[in-house]
Design a protein around this ligand. Structure first.
Ligand SMILES: [Zn+2]
Ligand SMILES: [Zn+2]
Length: 79
């Protein structure tokens, strides 16, 4: 079992990946098995990334790599 960071509930939970949904580059659709939230997940959370390399975006609150621009904010801007 692989745990991921959920923005909706506890910090690390198991996700179901909804591969049938189209998602932008760098994102995957998921459903949280804990709170049931469905959303688009930044792949930063899908990979096995050490906590030391990720942080929460100060703008949107999603997880991001410390050294890279926030994927979620980039997606919001592109809409
Ligand atoms: Zn959740
Ligand atoms: Zn952001």
């Amino acid at each position: 079992m692989t745990l991921f960071k959920c923005n909706g509930c506890s910090r690390k939970v198991e996700f179901l990946w909804l591969d049938q949904l189209d998602t932008p580059e760098g994102f995957k659709a998921y459903q949280c098995t804990s709170c049931g939230a469905v959303g688009i997940k930044n792949i930063v959370d899908a990979e096995t990334v050490p906590d030391s390399e990720v942080s929460r975006c100060i703008k949107c609150g999603d997880w991001q790599f410390r050294e890279l621009p926030c994927h979620t904010c980039a997606l919001i801007r592109s809409k």
